[in-house]
Design a protein around this ligand. Structure first.
Ligand SMILES: Cc1cc2nc3c(=O)[nH]c(=O)nc-3n(C[C@H](O)[C@H](O)[C@H](O)COP(=O)(O)OP(=O)(O)OC[C@H]3O[C@@H](n4cnc5c(N)ncnc54)[C@H](O)[C@@H]3O)c2cc1C
Length: 371
């Protein structure tokens, strides 16, 4: 009997998992189906570049799947029924049955943590959002980025680098780059000063209005274009289906990346939370890509009648671009906590660029890639 593997989401995690499983199960009578809302692979780690006006390579999924035997279904997943082992789609074939499901639906911008985000802010969690923001920035004189995490830092510096006439501000509720070492943060602030980026740390935003920000301390900050980069949320499909999730809706998975409530379901990437030394895995391509490869191997183990192997990957660094010619590479312990070692400047920028290209290479060749 043919084993049916259905992978939901063709991002870094899902595409890697589908290709790895198909490769490992070639000739074993398994059918791999990959479902994705669009027919393109989106390099999410470059979306700030797209919003800044740079061109990104076009990566049709059909090309990336060529020769793999994987069936691509372009549709939105609207529901999962673990009882009947089916998923519902908004386009043909409308329903798919599975023996093993891989849940890799990624994340989207969190729009509800502060009033006014939906109405007055731009986001850059998807390619469409980045294109819309890019169109706005093309005619803008000012942009205020909210969010002191890696996405906010990369966005503000990319905009300042690509559009030198643009006034750029970066507002953060806490410290900017708070998980980084003091050395790395000092470098960030040197880069902000050099690029003329106005920085406000420890400044929580209470509301976004048509003309700017209302801060938690009651002050107002005028802003022409606001970019909300202060949080991501995951799809609610896992929780709605009764799969075990954490309070954010991320699927809880064991060390083999299987759902702790439904072992025939694997969860990977942003949409899943694996325990890493007491902390949930970081939402990052750096996490999703190795998770995908590990899940592909574990699915092949399961269908081959073996105990699915444990996912083995560890954090080594965090790479942050500061425009195209500067960056910070923060070396980390395996649990992702920062060491004092950092790489900065052009060397870091070149390193990050190699890593970004390497992710697409790994999407093309998930066979030889080892997390
Ligand atoms: C601007 C920006 C910069 C970033 N920079 C970095 C970085 O430098 N390093 C790093 O490690 N991480 C970075 N990240 C985070 C990284 O992009 C994500 O963690 C990563 O994309 C997660 O991979 P994933 O496969 O889980 O999800 P995704 O890449 O989001 O893929 C999920 C896929 O599922 C599809 N999908 C979602 N819902 C449905 C549905 N209902 N039906 C069908 N398909 C659906 C989506 O269309 C998408 O193709 C950045 C993110 C952003 C936004």
């Amino acid at each position: 009997m043919t084993d049916r593997i259905v992978v939901l989401g063709a991002g870094y995690a899902g595409l890697g998992a589908a290709k790895r499983a198909a490769r490992r199960l070639r000739g074993a009578g398994a059918r791999v189906t990959l479902v994705n809302a669009a027919d393109r692979f989106v390099e999410r780690i470059r979306l700030h570049q797209l919003a800044a006006g740079q061109r990104l390579p076009d990566l049709p999924l059909a090309g990336l799947l060529d020769g793999t035997g994987i069936e691509l279904v372009v549709a939105r997943v609207t529901g999962i029924d673990p009882g009947s082992r089916t998923v519902r789609l908004d386009a043909p074939p409308y329903e798919l049955s599975y023996d093993v499901l891989v849940y890799a639906l990624g994340s989207a911008a969190e729009l509800d943590s502060v009033p006014g985000v939906r109405e007055h802010a731009y986001t850059l969690a998807t390619a469409d959002e980045a294109v819309r923001l890019g169109a706005r920035l093309a005619g803008a004189g000012e942009v205020t980025v909210i969010g002191g995490g890696l996405t906010g830092i990369e966005a503000a510096t990319e905009f300042a680098f690509t559009r030198p006439g643009l006034r750029v501000s970066l507002v953060s509720g806490g410290l900017i780059g708070k998980g980084l070492s003091a050395r790395a943060r000092r470098h960030l602030h040197r880069a902000f000063r050099r690029m003329g980026i106005a920085v406000r740390e420890r400044t929580p935003v209470a509301k976004i209005g048509p003309n700017g920000l209302l801060l938690a301390d009651g002050d107002e900050l005028p802003a022409e274009t606001v970019v909300w980069a202060a949080g991501f949320r995951v799809p609610g499909l896992a929780a709605a289906a009764g799969l075990a999730t954490d309070r954010h809706g991320r699927m809880l998975v064991d060390r083999s990346l299987r759902s702790v409530s439904h072992p025939e379901v694997f969860g990977i990437g942003d949409a899943a939370a694996a325990d890493r030394s007491g902390r949930a895995t970081r939402m990052a391509c750096q996490t999703g890509l190795p998770m995908g490869i590990c899940a592909g191997d574990a699915v092949a183990d399961l269908l081959g009648g073996r105990e699915p192997r444990r996912a083995r990957f560890r954090y080594v660094w965090q790479n942050i671009s500061l425009g195209r010619h500067d960056g910070v590479t923060q070396f980390t312990r395996p649990d992702d906590s920062p060491l004092d070692a950092v790489l900065t400047g052009r060397t870091s920028a070149a390193f990050k660029e190699r890593i970004a290209r390497g992710t697409v290479w790994a999407m093309r060749h998930p066979g030889p890639y080892r997390p």
